[in-house]
Design a protein around this ligand. Structure first.
Ligand SMILES: *[C@@H]1O[C@H](CO)[C@@H](O)[C@H](O)[C@H]1NC(C)=O
Ligand SMILES: *[C@@H]1O[C@H](CO)[C@@H](O)[C@H](O)[C@H]1NC(C)=O
Length: 290
């Protein structure tokens, strides 16, 4: 006999309690997984470690970084960006190693006046070599809700995703002499800072401090598919995970090309004025150029 009335409610109640507990067991926790690196009290961790808020005011911005170091991974973060007049502010979320020959995989969100669009700014830095920016508009208002920004980093490729759509790929082109990050471990970093000398309309629109404090929110960090590096060895030792071999399939490539065609607003690979002596070598080798 199927449970009815109160019995059914009881069963459903148990299910809710159990699934809630599982959620807590498996969810990452900002308190456990991250260190506050900047701004102290301007980083607020709420909801038992499930939500993190960064604040920026005239005195300083704020930031955090992962305790763990990774060598390859698929890393997701949900972010809700500074609402309203966010001109001059930059929210960044990136993977980075240390030292002067560092590697970095960058998402930066450049704020704007109320009603004007954010710019998604991306970069890939290999052993200190920068100058690989691509910028995009988003197809939604990133301040109204949380959206998922992901980085896939494996020995073959780096792919940036927005809500599951690939927007940029940087392939391993070492065979053609282009450096690729694969030896230095990286931490996940995030910060909210004032960059009104360049961020909005090239620095012409300044941060309006009357709107301070500015806030960006983070949740559902997920690095379950990532290789944690501890004491010289990788948690992925014998693991043959699919993501470590993952590439953009035909459908992913088609989607990425569509996103780039519709939403890309800057591509270093087409900026011949900036590189009068010739575009960087990867530009003729990959999907970096459109
Ligand atoms: C801000 O809005 C203006 C006007 O739409 C646009 O030109 C600019 O690219 C936007 N983003 C930034 C970061 O300046
Ligand atoms: C690892 O992946 C390859 C390619 O899919 C497969 O042929 C091989 O059997 C896998 N090895 C293990 C230990 O799962």
């Amino acid at each position: 006999m199927a449970p009815t009335g109160p019995a059914l409610l009881l069963v459903l109640g148990f299910l809710v309690v159990i699934s809630h507990d599982l959620d807590l067991v498996f969810a990452r926790n900002f308190n456990q997984d991250f260190d506050i690196t900047w701004g102290g009290s301007k980083v607020k961790i709420l909801d038992d470690g499930q939500l993190l808020e960064l604040f920026l005011d005239k005195d300083s911005g704020s930031g955090f970084q992962s305790k763990a170091e990774y060598l390859f991974g698929k890393i997701n973060m949900q972010i809700k960006l500074v609402p309203g007049n966010s001109a001059g502010t930059v929210t960044s979320y990136y993977l980075s190693s240390e030292g002067s020959n560092w590697d970095e995989i960058d998402f930066e969100f450049l704020g704007n006046l109320s009603g004007d669009p954010y710019t998604l700014h991306t970069n890939v830095i290999t052993q200190g070599k920068r100058d690989r920016e691509q910028q995009f508009r988003l197809w939604f208002d990133p301040t109204l809700d949380f959206h998922t920004y992901s980085i896939l980093w494996n020995p073959q490729t780096i792919i940036f995703y927005v809500d599951g759509s690939p927007v940029r790929e940087f392939k391993n082109m070492e065979s053609s002499g282009v450096l690729f990050p694969k030896k230095q471990t990286m931490r996940i970093h995030s910060s909210l800072w004032n960059a009104d000398d360049w961020a909005t309309r090239g620095g012409r629109v300044k941060t309006d401090w009357r709107q301070a404090p500015f806030t960006a929110s983070f949740r559902k960090f997920d690095a379950d598919e990532a290789c944690v590096w501890v004491a010289g060895s990788s948690s992925c030792g014998g693991v043959n995970s699919t993501w470590i071999r993952e590439k953009l399939g035909a459908a992913g490539l088609k989607r990425m090309r569509w996103v780039q065609k519709s939403y890309m607003i800057y591509n270093y690979c087409t900026d011949t004025k900036r590189f009068p002596k010739g575009l960087p070598p990867e530009c003729s080798l990959t999907t970096a150029s459109i």
